[in-house]
Design a protein around this ligand. Sequence first.
Ligand code: PMV
Length: 331
Amino acid sequence: MDTSTKKNTFVKAYPNIALVKYWGKFDKEKHLAYNSSLSISVDTIYTLSSARVIDERKDRFYLNNEIQGEKELSKIISYLDKIRNIYKINSYFEIKSINSFPTAAGLASSASGYLALAKAIDIALSLNLDDNEISALARIGSVSASRSAFGGFVALDKKSEFAYSFHSADEYSVIFIIVDSKKKTISSRIAMEDTVNNSDFYNAWLESTERDFTEIKKAIVDKNFSKIGEITENSSMKMHALMLAAKPSFTYLNGDSLKIIEKIRMIRKNSIECYFTLDAGPNVKVLVKRENSKKLLAKLREIYPDFNIILCNSSNGYEIVKGDKIDQRIR
Ligand code: PMV
């Protein structure tokens, strides 16, 4: 790709929500996960990113059209340093990203963010990486990002460098109930380190998660939604239990999360089959069959008029978008 076609080229990447969660990495530099995970890539909400080599000795980072100060910039610089090191290059970059949804609030913005960034760097440097290599490059930013390289249900085997597409997920939707869009106070990196080192349940987590991983794959192939949902809720609850049982104990859940969990159980019992999952934040995601998603969305919006509730279907993975209109939105 020559420079003229690179101009106005953006990567649109989508988050993914893990049904079997990953929690804990054994190689902090390389970001290799202790356990296997399986996610669904979603559409509707996204990160849009571009990268450009600049003739300066320091990277620049704009998020949502605002130049970022040292704190946010340092995270991007440490990621770009890893890339400079891998490809033995000396280039510095201007990165522009827009998140269409709250950043670092447990809504998987790091997944869409690092995938978009990895692909944008690939384009800026004309590396011509394939999707496995893009997945691996995103993983060194954030493990969950490796799964956003693909659409539908995506698996990441434990200790593996890249994720892979497992199955289409066209029949399913995920509804995000955003109870709190503030940034989390404990990063998932710190929380993982704490639980790996200080939770007596961590070995049980590792064993049971590999079982969940095998079983959910079978349930997906068999289209056994009840089994997919049961494993999804259990995986999320086990991950949060790790943190509650850590020494010292902590939690990402708040009162609203717990009330919504109870409500989802009631809705499942009385009307629509649906299952909850929560990540490193208090926001709740609900897995539902696509045929019931609009009905569930309407119900949830009626029950929770004050929360931002977003319906997402399964996405096909990231996209490359071009155009001056986007260029104007990202100044
Ligand atoms: O890779 P990170 O730092 O985005 O970790 C996120 C981990 C969870 O979202 C909680 C679970 C997962 O597998 O995505």
